[in-house]
Design a protein around this ligand. Structure first.
Ligand SMILES: *Cc1c(COP(=O)(O)O)cnc(C)c1O
Length: 454
């Protein structure tokens, strides 16, 4: 095969392989994709990525550009997070890795201070699963505490859960499920008095909430301006709008940050010093994140935050006329809605037929939170808000053939049908709720293993 022909074949396959993938630029997704609606932001990132892709963060003495980009990103980030000159940062591949490093730092800090016993993380129920995953990977225990009815951490209940084994308190700004900022300024100073570090998971809100505030919206304090906050994670690949594979974990100072570094001089091979979890990493992601963030700049981020807020308000108003209500007092990057009259399963399945991907979240009766739909709002949604409302109007009238009572009558059967694709995966959160958690976890592992069998 001559190489031109071979190349053409590969391109054809690349195009043919994903007919069912949702177009990431169409604005029809309300998760996974954070889209500005402008292509230049990404193009500058791709250009930087190409220029630096082959270079390796593994040895930053050979590729000092890696140090330059990381320092510059940290400077931007700590400014927006109102941290002083002592705040240092580590670039990672994503929020999960940032959280793993923050948890590792807390665990090492715990043992260094002479404490014994299995170290614990105390966090409200809304803490992202990445925190549970970090506890699982790092041999720690996650202790979850109750919420208030607005979806924020219950301060008293959290503080009374602290014990001599608490290595870290983790809070969110904002949390994913309800889009609300935990009462961080009421909690962190109290936790500090007991010598316990506090991590703020701002993976979701980190690159949008500071700009809401700069635009004049009132917001609770959640960053390094709050006494007691020792680390903070923020994703550039979410509201930073950079290419995927970009997050930052910030530490209060370099002394504390050292707890997250792995160094090993014992090998007969090379001297091993890793600031992040992976060893070999492309400088490309770092360069791309720096290029896009610099292209956008503070004014650009303020502008995008403003568009996000406007898209939120337009959708809230339009859906409000159809009887939907805001379930939680989320900040405007997130919208959580419910409806007292219609069947939400029927609605989301009808919306899916129109190309919209919506996310169901289970009810939380103990906090009076009904079954609801979660939307992550991006600037691109301003372009599609009216169509979304128009389609919603039709979708609540149509019959998808499936409803909540039908699923409730035999959840196990619908779960089985997931394997074959007969059950639409968007109803999974509802299904899971009818099955005991341990059993559901095992079933899920079984299903996805099937899906990936070559
Ligand atoms: C997205 C998210 C994470 C995890 O980030 P990944 O980049 O997907 O690893 C953690 N916390 C919150 C609140 C998030 O929204």
């Amino acid at each position: 095969m001559d190489s031109q022909f071979k190349k053409q074949k590969i391109i054809e396959t690349l195009k043919a392989v994903s007919p069912k993938d949702i177009d990431p630029n169409a604005g029809k997704l309300f998760a996974y994709i954070y889209n500005t609606g402008e292509s230049e932001v990404k193009e500058i990132g791709y250009e930087a990525y190409k220029m630096f892709q082959e270079k390796n963060c593994l040895d930053f003495t050979v590729f000092p550009s890696a140090i330059f980009f990381e320092k510059e990103l940290t400077k931007m980030a700590r400014g927006w997070m109102r941290g002083g000159d002592s705040v240092v940062g580590t670039f990672t591949a994503g929020g999960t890795e940032s959280i793993l490093l923050a948890v590792l730092a807390a665990r090492e800090n715990y043992f260094k201070s002479g404490k014994q016993g299995q170290p614990e993380i105390v966090a409200p129920e809304t803490i992202h699963p990445a925190m549970a995953k970090a506890a699982f990977y790092l041999g720690m225990k996650l202790v979850k505490t109750p919420l208030r009815s607005d979806g924020k951490a219950d301060v008293e209940k959290l503080l009374s859960t602290l014990s001599p084994n608490t290595a870290l308190v983790a809070l969110s700004a904002s949390n994913w499920a309800y889009g609300v900022v935990d009462p961080i300024s009421e909690i962190a100073p109290q936790v500090k008095k007991q010598g316990i570090p506090v991590h703020v998971d701002s993976c979701l809100g980190g690159m949008v909430l500071p700009f809401f505030r700069l635009n004049g919206q009132s917001l609770p304090d959640f960053d390094f301006s709050v006494d007691g906050v020792t680390s903070l994670s923020m994703d550039f690949h979410k509201y930073g709008f950079t290419l995927k594979g970009a997050s930052l974990v910030l530490f209060q100072n370099s002394e504390y940050a050292k707890n997250s570094i792995y160094a090993d001089v014992s090998s007969p091979g090379y001297v091993f010093v890793n600031r992040a979890i992976l060893s070999t990493r492309s400088v490309g992601h770092l360069a791309a994140a720096w290029a896009s963030a610099t292209w956008i700049g503070e004014e650009g981020y303020k502008n995008f935050a403003d568009q996000t807020a406007k898209a939120h308000d337009t959708i809230v108003e339009g859906l409000g006329k159809l009887g939907f209500q805001k379930t939680t007092p989320s900040e405007k990057h997130i919208l959580v809605i419910h409806h007292n009259q219609i069947d939400l399963v029927n609605y989301i399945l009808n919306m899916k037929k129109k190309g919209w991907i919506l996310h169901l979240q289970k009810a939380y009766p103990q906090y009076n939170i009904p079954l609801n739909i979660h939307l992550t709002i991006s600037p691109v949604h301003i372009q599609v808000a009216n169509q979304f409302i128009e389609d919603s109007k039709q979708a609540i009238e149509e019959d998808s053939g499936l409803s909540i009572p039908k699923i409730q009558s035999n959840p196990q059967e619908f779960m089985q049908k997931l394997t074959t694709g007969e059950t639409d995966s968007s109803i999974l959160p509802l299904l899971i709720d009818f099955i005991p958690q341990d059993q559901a976890n095992e079933m899920l592992k079984q299903v996805v293993t099937q899906w990936f069998m070559p």
